[in-house]
Design a protein around this ligand. Structure first.
Ligand SMILES: Cc1ncc(C[n+]2csc(CCOP(=O)(O)OP(=O)(O)O)c2C)c(N)n1
Ligand SMILES: [Mg+2]
Length: 634
């Protein structure tokens, strides 16, 4: 979305306060259109558009306000999505692509429209991404109780389905009176733009209150710029952290999403080059260092590479930057050895994990401060050679996995290789759930920190197409490649219609393996016998389902590829197309990509009559013995 030029704030009269009579919804829209974020001198609209689906809970209030916005000189364009969950993914992806400096508003009706937000909100909050949710709510006056879709809790009329959004929101409020709106709006904007607190922000809007008029102080509509800070870490903490780092012989730096949101990739590169620290990357941190940099050890953790995992396992000091140390990163506590942790993070909550030294601050500022405090210290050159050698070995594994005969049916690894080639350095790959995130983490070669967009905090099926829309809206100059499994596609194909209707061009690669390759494999490994993981009818026969035809029916251009040569040609045609294009490819669900050897804690039945489950339990008990608690006082 284009950032309009900043406008001057209107003069505000002193003495008797100037007032503007608007409905709550009109005031909200006028306010949102005047919010800006600023970091490093760059200003942009904080909320440049509103997505939504109307129903009786928002059509008269927000619907009227949005419809009349342009005529009232208020710039907040409206875009129609097809599923409320999808629009939250779109907003979260938009926020991620803009390094959390901008997001979208999402308006819904009451009842099911509002509860459809919950999954998207959880995803945004878990991924530390700002989204502004504006669900309608039942009458504050209770005059029309019970209104269509009202919960009617017999214990209290105060309970509403929008309460389901409380635990998944970082700020939640219900506007029961117009007077409550100004303070709630300011609190909402503060949380959206605070990198330490951000996540889903919910303002539940009872349908009667939305339409109610009030005399608002003119100042509410003054242009407001939310400065996104770069807090510097405490000097004493940095000195303590530097003492630990400079005593290391085998340091490793874990780059998480915070590195990218902070725009700290140059600072990271400077730090690791000066001090000889290899970098391993989480899903959100992938691309922090170009894959072919001599210190890039690769993807870490359960979806990581054998090389990165070996470096991580042998490290004596782990410098975590902008990572929340999910179980995928730590291999459920089994990856790192007896290491000391130094954690650079914008929140104390994440910095304190694994008993780390808590360097709380902006990633870029903290890396710069820590680098200065480490002076000329560098890791032993022999260590760096070992890391480079491990990396070279893994590069050969990637080459082999991605290689395929042009006339052969595609394997998933070869599909990833072909999409990586087609995407080039700037094309953005989007993915979220299934077996592809693991293969992408290991096999995708990133050279640009914004070109790898795998949502693996919530790993939410249905994110891919909706998220792709958000990415493309935020970066219209980049081609977006959505990699989506058949299971994930079936969760939210509806957003293809949104992409088509909004003219948001995506290249969607639909990888059809007749069910859940990922969970099928997991199921087998835990003794659950692949139950319910293949798309078959009750007799076990393949289904007469044609997902390519489905995509075509939703308005996409569709290309069917059955060989690698057809896939590569299809990807080029899709890139050249002006409309959203789906490239459909079938793959074998039983063919797995290379494994990085890390363990993941998925508890297995302690008692079972099934031999496979008994064996899986024995392996599970062995695996979990390697778990460390990392309680070393920092
Ligand atoms: C909304 C949601 N429901 C369930 C899951 C659990 N889950 C993770 S992957 C997966 C299967 C994905 O299937 P598909 O998209 O076809 O990818 P594949 O595993 O075949 O690569 C399931 C059910 C999830 N991540 N998200
Ligand atoms: Mg599948």
């Amino acid at each position: 979305m284009n950032d309009p030029e900043p406008r001057e704030s209107p003069a505000v009269r002193c003495g008797e306060e100037a007032k503007r009579r608007l409905t709550v919804a009109q005031a909200l829209v006028a306010f949102l259109a005047r919010q800006w974020s600023e970091r490093d001198g760059r200003r942009r609209r904080l909320i440049p558009a509103c997505f939504g689906i109307f129903g009786h809970g928002n059509v008269a209030g927000l619907g009227e306000a949005l419809a009349g916005a342009a005529a009232a000189g208020v710039d907040l364009p409206y875009r129609l999505c097809r599923n409320e969950q999808g629009m939250v993914h779109t907003a979260a992806a938009y926020a991620r692509m803009t390094d959390r400096l901008s997001t979208l508003a999402c308006t819904t009706s009451i009842g099911p429209g509002a509860t459809n937000l919950v999954t998207g909100a959880a995803g945004a909050t878990i991924n530390r991404l700002p989204v502004l949710l504006l669900p309608g709510d039942s009458f504050a006056t209770r005059r029309a109780n019970p209104v269509l879709q009202e919960l009617e809790d017999s214990r209290s009329y105060d309970v509403s389905v929008t309460d389901a959004l409380r635990p998944v929101s970082r700020y939640w409020d219900r506007i029961n009176r117009p007077e409550q709106l100004p303070a709630a709006l300011l609190a909402a904007m503060r949380v959206l733009t605070d990198p330490a607190e951000t996540g889903a922000v919910t303002l539940a809007l009872p349908q009667d209150v939305q339409a109610e008029a009030y005399d608002w102080p003119e100042e509410l509509f003054a242009e407001r710029t939310w400065h996104v800070p770069r807090p510097r870490p405490d000097e004493g903490v940095v000195r303590r952290a530097a003492r630990i780092v400079t005593a290391a012989y085998r340091p490793v730096l874990v780059a998480g999403g915070g590195v990218i949101y902070s725009g700290a990739t140059d600072a990271l590169r400077g730090f690791v080059e000066r001090h000889g620290v290899p970098v391993v990357e989480t899903q959100a941190g992938k691309g922090a260092l170009p894959y072919d940099h001599p210190l890039a050890a690769g993807a870490v953790g359960v979806t990581g590479t054998a090389a990165a995992n070996e470096v991580a396992a042998n490290a004596d000091v782990v410098i975590g930057v902008g990572t929340r140390y999910s179980d995928f990163t730590t291999a459920s506590g089994t990856l790192f050895g007896d290491a000391r942790f130094v954690n650079l993070n914008i929140t104390g909550f994440d910095a304190a994990k694994l008993s780390g030294v808590q360097v709380v601050g902006d990633a870029r500022e903290s890396l710069t401060a820590l680098g200065a405090a480490c002076g000329d210290w560098a890791s032993p050159p022999a260590y760096r050679s070992v890391v480079a050698e491990l990396g070279a070995r893994w590069a050969a594994v990637v080459d082999r996995a991605r290689h395929a005969d042009p006339q052969a049916p595609p394997t998933q690894a070869a599909v990833i290789g072909a999409v990586n080639d087609a995407a080039g350095p700037r094309g953005v790959v989007v993915c979220a759930a299934g077996s592809m995130p693991g293969d992408l983490h290991k096999l995708w070669r990133s050279t640009d920190p914004k070109a790898y967009h795998v949502e693996y905090g919530y790993s939410c099926m249905g994110y891919e197409i909706a998220g792709g829309i958000g990415v493309r809206l935020a970066a219209p100059d980049r081609e977006v490649f959505v990699l989506v499994g058949d299971g994930s596609y079936l969760m939210l194909p509806s957003e293809l219609v949104t992409a088509v209707a909004e003219g948001v061009k995506l290249v969607v690669v639909l990888v059809d393996n007749q069910g859940f390759a990922s969970i099928g494999r997991l199921s087998e490994s835990v003794g659950a016998q692949r139950l319910g993981t293949a798309y078959r009818d009750r007799t076990g026969a393949p289904l007469p389902v044609d997902l390519a035809a489905n995509a075509a029916s939703l308005g996409a251009v569709v290309i069917r590829a059955t060989t690698m040569a057809e896939l590569r040609a299809g990807l080029e045609a899709a890139k050249a197309a002006h409309r959203t294009t789906v490239v459909h490819v079938s793959t074998d669900p039983m063919a797995a990509g290379p494994d990085g050897g890390a363990w993941w804690d998925v508890p297995v039945a302690e008692v079972s009559a099934v031999a496979a489950a008994q064996a899986a339990r024995a392996a599970y008990e062995t695996g979990r013995k390697a778990r460390r608690l990392h309680l070393h006082p920092s």
